[in-house]
Design a protein around this ligand. Structure first.
Ligand code: ADP
Length: 396
């Protein structure tokens, strides 16, 4: 069975085609700069070189048409006909409280996704554009929505409520939703399988550290807490997002003449590693600058680690002790320095770092020394495969 995974953003559509018999990737790519100057298609067949071509498209429908042509292209395609595709899995950012699991899309589901747009105005509308384009080009093929927020719907009220007047939750849905749920779920189950932990009972902290970052405490497949909130602004120090700050700061800025839009840009685009270092949002640049003695980069790095440790310590206690901590995402999978800075604080939990293993990048490996009570591992994430599995699980 073949599953197409689609991740439609505001100006891009990413896609991966899976053969589910062996869960292999047949091809992948993206259309970017949709609606902007010089849109292009990047396409790669498994094991082959990447191709790049200019497009003249103006919307998601045009992008999907270009992808379809490529999939069945006589020279570069991987399919004879689009009807070979058995299901399409769509990444949808916000499912609010309505969606606690993946669903086959019908008009009621589309209405639900539209309703959740109030909570994710930049993401849900293009997600819907991607869904509707697929409905046009793949008639009769089931479309499945896989929500970034769904896994976190297993949180109890003490995990998701804010200490605000209850009517704000009831009227406006103001609560913690959490994001990166598909990644946390994938990494939890893949990591449990890797370490031989029973996912029905395991106590795990998953650290998704990328440009955006979040950390989740999971017990028996149920989320106890996660660091992102009603929006992805909360929690860890990120590339350009501030993470958790005193909400009084927002009031102070507004009372000092900043508009809501200006505050939005500051908190989402000008803060985090970029804002504190003044150098870059990219951890590689921060590491290079701190290694050459830049004190602002050092402080940004220290703040990143400090915040991460705060969460790990809190979640460890919340879980009543953890069996394992999994690192994933661009930084989690590739930065020995970040992992070492975190893991060396864990001797208090009976965990010692295996320095040799920690040199690894991007591969599944145990980082804690044999005999550690708390095990630590890199578990590379694969959100696309998780979406494909959820989609096929629903249409089989
Ligand atoms: P996104 O959230 O955009 O999906 P990624 O998961 O791709 O982000 O992670 C991007 C981050 O990973 C960047 O901060 C980048 O610097 C970091 N990263 C990638 N490779 C390395 C590396 N070798 N060392 C340190 N950080 C790295």
């Amino acid at each position: 069975m073949k599953v197409l995974v689609v991740n439609a953003g505001s100006s891009s559509v990413k896609f991966t085609l899976f053969e589910m018999a062996d869960q292999s990737v047949l091809c992948k790519g993206l259309v970017e700069r949709i609606g902007l100057k010089s849109p292009r298609l990047v396409y790669q067949r498994a094991g082959e070189e990447q191709h790049d071509e200019k497009l003249t498209i103006v919307n998601h429908n045009g992008a999907m048409q270009a992808i379809c042509h490529k999939l069945i292209d006589a020279e570069q395609g991987v399919l004879k006909s689009l009807t070979e595709i058995d299901a399409i899995g769509h990444r949808v950012v916000h499912g609010g409280e309505q969606f606690s699991a993946a669903v086959v899309i019908d008009s009621a589901v589309k209405d639900g996704i539209r309703k959740c747009s109030a909570l994710a105005p930049l993401h849900n509308p293009p997600n819907l554009d991607g869904i509707e384009a697929c409905e046009d080009f793949f008639p009769g093929v089931p479309n499945v929505a896989v929500f970034d927020t769904a896994f976190h719907q297993s949180m109890e009220p003490e995990g998701y409520l804010y200490a605000l007047p209850r009517e704000l939750y009831k009227k406006l849905g103001i609560r913690k939703y959490g994001f990166h749920g598909t990644s946390h779920k994938y990494v939890y189950y893949a990591g449990c399988a890797f370490l031989g932990l029973n996912p029905e009972t395991a106590k795990v902290i998953t650290c998704h550290l990328g440009n955006g970052g979040s950390i989740t405490a999971i017990r028996g497949g149920k989320v106890l807490d996660t660091s992102m909130g009603m929006t992805p602004l909360m929690g860890l120090v990120m590339g350009t997002r501030c993470g958790t700050i005193d909400p009084g700061v927002v009031l102070y800025l507004i009372k000092n003449g900043y508009t809501a839009d200006e505050v939005d840009v500051i908190l989402n685009k000008k803060s985090g590693m970029q804002g504190v270092s003044g150098i870059s949002s990219d951890m590689r640049d921060i590491e290079a600058a701190r290694n050459s003695g830049n004190t602002d980069a050092q402080e940004a790095y220290d703040l990143f680690i400090h915040r991460l440790l705060n969460y790990i310590g809190g979640y460890y206690l919340l879980l009543g002790g953890a069996d394992a901590i999994f690192f994933t995402g661009g930084i989690g999978e590739n930065s020995p320095a970040v992992r070492e800075s975190v893991i060396r604080q864990m001797s208090v939990y009976g965990c010692e770092l295996d320095n040799e293993a920690n040199k690894a990048r991007g591969k599944q490996i145990v980082l804690s020394r044999p005999g550690s009570k708390l095990q630590v591992a890199i578990v590379p994430t694969n959100e696309e495969l998780m979406i494909a599995r959820e989609a096929i699980g629903l249409v089989k």
